[in-house]
Design a protein around this ligand. Structure first.
Ligand SMILES: *Cc1c(COP(=O)(O)O)cnc(C)c1O
Length: 376
């Protein structure tokens, strides 16, 4: 936990649960990404954290935006980004929402199906479109597979059809899966993309852009490679498959820009055991799956947890949220241990919670308020 956030928590003693986001960390992550991957234009994936403070900061730093819905586009436009800095990157859009975005000047759209292509042709004539290809997302802690993308054969036909329909077949996108820890995945994805470029070339269409999606990590329980290693893997894949005829590149980071900027402080509500013989303590927090920690689903994302007891023995725990739903267990199988000194009323911190938390929190399940966040 950094100085600035510690000081804020110590001085303000905010009510828990609360998320504190250090905007300087986001700015630093943005600059590092630009530094190590200068050839890629950054389109921040707004869904990761759509707070006005975060979006404003990134507008000021020159970022572009990957938006998924009318409200996200409206938000970004309202905070001063021009429409040419927005990609409507969701492959599942209502035609009237496409029309709404097009009227406001958005000209870059994703698709992965024929029906979506027809909507785009109707509602966004002449717009630049890119086709998302299917990935297996092996090695990702939070896969984005199956639901998105189409195979190469279909992608080829659809990109040709895009031109017939009066659209501008602009490029190809993929997402190797969020919190992707296997650096070789980008080589597989870029290899497929390059095959598609060749196939389209033979059909007389010159694609111009590769959208390498998100997937760069935040720092959870396991160590991850630094951003420069990811950037090297991406550039190595690009040059090995495209040689010196590199197309334009787009990257859509979400988690890697904002994840490590946030610390969630929570209070211990209860510590108990289920029987006299049991050595596993149940630790109930005032935040859980319905309070913003939805990515603990299937114990996929394993956050680091900090307590005030740096020394002293630890023992096994199950960690759960405060609601009356038995699905509201954060970690049971992941092997978490916590200090034996831990007591009811202690405040503890869940680290790297700046991405995919605030907007995942429910509107008031069991009467618990949505997660409060401070942007400092
Ligand atoms: C969610 C999403 C991203 C961001 O992914 P991260 O792994 O958080 O960086 C990027 N692109 C698209 C299309 C997405 O849906």
């Amino acid at each position: 936990m950094n100085e600035k956030i510690s000081r804020f928590l110590a001085e303000r003693q905010p009510e828990t649960p609360c998320l504190v986001v250090d905007l300087d960390v986001i700015a630093e992550n943005y600059r590092a990404l630009r530094h190590y991957l200068p050839l890629a234009e950054v389109f921040y994936a707004v869904k990761a954290n759509p707070a006005a403070e975060v979006v404003s900061l990134l507008v000021g730093l020159g970022s572009n935006f990957d938006a998924a819905s009318v409200p996200e586009i409206d938000l970004v436009l309202g905070l001063g980004a021009s429409p040419d800095r927005i990609s409507f990157g969701n492959t599942i859009k209502k035609q009237r929402d496409i029309a709404w975005a097009f009227e406001r000047g958005v000209r870059l759209f994703a698709f992965d199906s024929e029906a979506e292509l027809h909507k785009l042709a109707e509602a966004a004539p002449g717009a630049k479109v890119f086709c998302r290809i299917l990935m297996t997302c092996d090695g990702a802690d939070w896969p984005l597979s199956r639901k998105f993308g189409c195979d190469l054969e279909m992608a080829k036909d659809l990109l040709i059809q895009a031109r017939t329909l009066g659209l501008d077949p602009h490029g190809v996108s993929f997402h190797v899966g969020s919190q992707q820890t296997d650096l070789s995945q980008w080589d597989i994805a870029v290899g497929k993309t390059a095959m598609l470029f060749t196939a389209l070339n033979e059909a007389g269409i010159e694609l111009k852009m590769v959208n390498i999606g998100g997937g760069f990590p935040a720092r959870y329980r396991s160590e991850v490679s630094p951003v420069n290693a990811y950037a090297d893997a991406v550039m190595h894949a690009m040059t090995s498959h495209f040689g010196n005829r590199l197309p334009a590149m787009i990257i859509e980071p979400g988690r890697s820009l904002v994840g490590d900027s946030g610390v969630l402080q929570t209070e211990i509500v209860l510590i108990s055991v289920k029987s006299y013989e049991d050595n596993v303590r149940w630790v109930y927090l005032d935040v859980g799956k319905f309070g913003g920690l939805a990515e603990t689903m299937d114990e996929a994302i394993k956050y680091r947890i900090r307590t005030q007891y740096a020394e002293g023995a630890c023992g096994p725990v199950v960690i759960a949220g405060p609601t009356c739903d038995s699905a509201d267990i954060l970690y049971e199988k992941a092997g978490y241990e916590m200090p034996l000194d831990l007591k009811v009323g202690d405040r503890i911190e869940i680290l790297s919670t700046g991405a995919y938390t605030t907007t995942y929190s429910s509107v008031g399940f069991n009467g618990f308020k949505p997660l409060t966040a401070y942007y400092i």
